[in-house]
Ligand binder design. Structure first.
Ligand code: NDP
Ligand code: OXD
Length: 314
């Protein structure tokens, strides 16, 4: 029995060492080096090359090394075996840090003060709205969205969320499905997107959606924070909405094309904050341990946890 690590874009040796330390009895091989395809029972994948997992006749399960699984479903030759994803308190905390940081940055107008500091401007207008007067709307109330919602509530923000199914969470206004979307948007000053990328959600952050955001809020306009996936957003529509004032600012961690091309106008836009898809990185230290526990579960005849539904795509 072998564990195959199939990844692009990350440092594979960190993962190999961690897996080998946790599973000393299980040979760990890396895609790209010679290995016996019949021996592979488990795959740990992050953006494996299309088709590279075909022809593994004894495969029992695929583990996504991230919370998102769109990179797996993008492979038209993905083997038909159970797929489990990362649900990890370390990753969840990191995402909530990012979301709270950027909501506070927009609340406290930090980009404006950074600019003023560079220009040695002491602004006499020092008014700051209170968090309780600012309405945050979170698209996606799953593992990440719900944790961010709770932490934003602790800071004092007025938080609502939108998901496929309604949620019953203390103090959180829940909106669901297409029917709930318009009302949800109309009460949102800062839109946080933590949706998975699926056929239903691709391109959801578009001109129509931005035009529905609140324009009467205490921040003087609407803000977007997308840490879900780049395929959720239409970047031309974000730029147009910024130019028209429908959006006052945006924080983007994910992009239609990654790495973000050097000629993208997003890099130098004064109202856009860019981070390199690292809102919540999977740490080998934490995530390999979860996957090793999943493999031990399978070997003991127990069911896998955090299995994704291929029909829903998340
Ligand atoms: P979950 O699967 O736990 O939650 C997904 C949420 O999205 C659920 O609330 C679900 O609704 C909702 N949803 C899905 N499809 C729709 C739809 N069509 N309409 C409305 N709501 C929908 O995922 P996580 O919270 O763990 O992760 C979310 C995403 O965050 C990942 O898929 C990944 O893309 C991204 N991510 C980004 C990272 C980064 O560093 N930038 C790091 C980690 C993750 P319901 O509850 O009703 O099922
Ligand atoms: C993830 C990511 O899905 O890092 O975990 O994007």
């Amino acid at each position: 029995m072998t564990l195959l690590i199939a990844m692009t874009g990350w440092h594979v040796e960190d993962w190999r060492q961690r897996f080998q330390a946790l599973l000393p009895e299980l040979p760990v091989v890396v895609l790209g080096e010679p290995f016996d395809r019949r021996a592979v029972h488990y795959v740990a994948s992050w953006k494996h090359p299309e088709g590279s997992l075909a022809g593994l006749p004894n495969l029992d399960a695929i583990f996504s090394l991230g919370a998102g699984v769109d990179h797996l479903f993008a492979d038209s030759r993905l083997p038909d075996v159970p797929i489990a994803r990362v649900v990890d308190p370390d990753l969840t905390n990191r995402m909530s840090e990012y979301i709270v940081l950027h909501c506070l940055m927009h609340l406290r107008q930090q980009r404006r003060y950074d600019r003023q500091q560079r220009e040695a401007v002491w602004d006499d207008d020092r008014h700051q709205p209170a968090a309780r007067s600012v309405r945050i709307g979170i698209m996606g109330l799953g593992e990440l969205g719900l944790d961010a919602a709770r932490k934003l509530q602790m800071v004092g923000f007025d938080v609502a969320g939108w998901s496929r199914s309604p949620k019953d969470v203390d103090g959180l206004q829940s909106f669901a499905g297409e029917d709930g979307l318009v009302t949800f948007l109309a009460r949102t000053d800062i839109l946080v997107c933590l949706l998975p990328l699926t056929t239903d959600t691709r391109g959801v952050l578009n001109a129509w959606l931005f035009s529905g955001l609140a324009q009467d809020g205490r921040l003087g306009g609407a803000f977007l924070i997308n840490a879900g996936r780049g395929g959720l957003q239409v970047e031309a529509d974000i730029l147009a909405a910024l130019a028209a004032g429908t959006l006052k600012g945006a924080t983007l961690d994910v992009f239609e094309t990654e790495p973000l091309p050097s000629d993208s106008p997003l890099w130098n836009h004064p109202a856009v904050t860019v981070t390199p898809h690292n809102a919540a990185m999977s740490e080998p230290e934490a995530v390999a341990g979860l996957i090793a526990a999943q493999i031990r579960r399978l070997q003991a005849g127990e069911p896998l946890e955090h299995v994704v539904d291929p029909a829903k795509g998340y």
